[in-house]
Design a binder for this molecule. Structure first.
Ligand SMILES: *Cc1c(COP(=O)(O)O)cnc(C)c1O
Length: 398
C-alpha cells in the first residue's frame, strides 16, 4: 500500500502544496491538526524502550519530531522530491546546522561570497573558530570554484539568487565541480522558493530554507528546513539536531503548512508584479541600475532562464545620490514598508548596506555590488498600480 508520502509525490506541485503530507486523526478534521504537545505517552515500559531504540514506530519527544512538524516536512519534501527533511526554528538554524553537522576541525568549506549577512557570519567567524578553513569565491566565476575546491573540501555553500544583488550561481556546473572532489553542495534556496528552482534536480545535495519568508508568506512566524538524501539527513544531520535542539515549534509548523497551501497562487502574482515593477523602474529617472534576473540586461539572464522557472519576487535598484537620497526615498514611501523581511504579502523595502549587510563593512559591500544607493524591494500582493504610484512619488520627492 502507498504511504502518505508516496501518494503526495504522484501529484503535481500545486496539489502537493495543498495535500502533501496531510494525515488525518480519527476525528476526520479538514484542516491539519495542531499537535501542541512536547511529549508522547507509551502503552507500556517495553514500548517506550523500543521507541528509544528506534525499533518501534511512533513519536518520542517534540525536540525529535512531532505529528504537525512531520506533516509540514512531508509536504515540503514531496514538493522538493527530497528523500528526507528536517525542520528548524529559523532559517539561520537550518543554515548553521547544515554546515556544523558535517564539519570537524581540519576540514575545508568553500562558499560564494555573495550571501545573506548572517550566513557570512557563520562562515567568516564561527567555522574558523572551530578550526574549519573557509574559502570564499566569486560564485559566478567557475574558475574560482575549480581553484578553491580540493580533496578535503567537505561541502560548498551558495545562495542563488543571492541577497540582495540577485547574482546567480550555475548550480549544475558547481555541483559537478563539488562532486569531483567528494564535497556536498548546499543551496540556500530562499530567494527562488521551492517552486521556482529545483536545486536537487540540478545536482545539489542539500537544500536549506528560511520558511520565515515565502513559505509562511504573511510575516507571522520564523521557521526553517533542511532537505537532502537519507544518508545525510538521517545519518549526519538528525543526531546533530536531536542533541542540540533548534526544533521548530508545532504551532509554527502548522502556520507554515497553511502557508504552503497558498504558495503557488501568491508566487504567481508576486512574480508577475515583480517583472512589471522591474520594467517600470527601468523607465524612471534617478536610478542608476535595476537588478532582476528576469530583465534581459541582467548579467546572468540566460542562466536564470535555464535554471529557474520564474525569476523571483525581489527587485533591487540603485538610487543616484548615495545613502542620503536612498534614505529620503525610503522615508517618502507611503504604502511600501521599511522592513528587512521578504517574501511577505506586504511589499517591504530595505537598505542592505545599513541593515542586513552592515556587519560586512563598506569595502566588502562595494566588492559585492552593495552600494550606498542600493535598495532591495520584496514585492507583495498589493495591486501593482498602487506600488508603481508609491515608488514614483517617493522617487520624485527624494
Ligand atoms: C532570511 C534569510 C535567511 C535566514 O532566515 P531566518 O528565518 O531569518 O533565520 C537565510 N538565508 C536567506 C537567503 C535569507 O533571506
Amino acid at each position: 500500500m502507498d504511504t502518505e508520502r508516496d501518494r503526495g509525490r504522484r501529484w503535481r506541485p500545486a496539489t502537493r502544496l495543498v495535500r502533501g503530507g496531510a494525515v488525518r486523526s480519527p476525528f476526520g478534521e479538514t484542516s491539519e491538526a495542531l499537535f501542541l504537545t512536547s511529549g508522547f505517552c507509551y502503552a507500556n515500559a517495553a514500548e517506550a524502550a523500543a521507541r528509544f531504540r528506534g525499533e518501534a514506530e511512533g513519536f518520542v519527544y517534540s525536540r525529535y519530531s512531532n505529528p504537525t512538524v512531520r506533516m509540514f516536512l512531508d509536504r515540503l519534501a514531496a514538493l522538493e522530491e527530497a528523500e528526507a527533511a528536517s525542520a528548524t526554528a529559523s532559517g539561520m538554524a537550518a543554515v548553521s546546522a547544515a554546515l556544523l553537522a558535517q564539519v570537524k576541525a581540519g576540514d575545508h568549506v568553500v562558499a560564494a561570497r555573495a550571501l545573506f549577512g548572517s550566513c557570512r557570519y557563520v562562515l567568516d567567524e564561527l567555522l574558523p573558530r572551530f578550526g574549519v578553513a573557509v574559502s570564499l569565491v566569486d560564485g559566478t566565476d567557475l574558475a574560482q570554484w575549480r581553484a578553491a575546491l580540493r580533496p578535503g573540501t567537505v561541502c560548498a555553500f551558495v545562495e542563488t539568487p543571492a541577497n540582495p544583488t540577485l547574482e546567480l550561481v550555475d548550480l549544475r556546473a558547481v555541483a559537478d565541480l563539488c562532486h569531483a572532489v567528494g564535497a556536498r553542495l548546499i543551496v540556500d534556496n530562499v530567494f527562488a522558493t521551492p517552486l521556482l528552482q529545483r536545486p536537487i534536480r540540478l545536482g545539489a545535495d542539500i537544500v536549506v530554507y528560511s520558511a520565515t519568508k515565502h513559505i509562511d508568506g504573511h510575516g507571522r512566524c520564523l521557521g526553517g528546513a533542511i532537505l537532502g538524501d537519507a544518508a545525510f539527513c538521517e545519518g549526519i544531520l538528525s543526531p546533530f539536531l536531536r542533541h542540540t535542539g533548534p526544533s521548530l515549534s508545532p504551532f509554527n509548523a502548522w502556520v507554515l503548512l497553511k502557508g504552503l497551501e497558498t504558495l503557488a497562487v501568491r508566487l504567481d502574482r508576486q512574480v508577475r508584479s515583480s517583472t512589471e515593477l522591474a520594467r517600470f523602474l527601468c523607465g524612471l529617472d534617478g536610478l542608476r541600475r535595476v537588478l532582476y534576473p528576469g530583465l534581459a540586461d541582467h548579467p546572468q539572464h540566460e542562466l536564470a532562464t535555464r535554471q529557474m522557472s520564474g525569476f523571483g519576487t525581489v527587485v533591487a535598484f540603485e538610487i543616484d545620490g548615495g545613502q542620503a537620497r536612498a534614505f529620503r526615498f525610503l522615508d517618502g514611501l507611503r504604502l511600501i514598508d521599511i522592513s528587512n523581511n521578504l517574501g511577505d504579502a506586504k511589499s517591504l523595502i530595505t537598505h542592505p548596506l545599513s541593515t542586513t549587510h552592515q556587519r560586512l563593512g563598506a569595502e566588502e559591500c562595494a566588492r559585492l555590488g552593495i552600494g550606498a544607493g542600493l535598495v532591495r524591494l520584496s514585492v507583495g500582493l498589493e495591486d501593482v498600480e498602487d506600488l508603481k504610484e508609491d515608488l514614483q512619488q517617493a522617487l520624485a520627492a527624494a
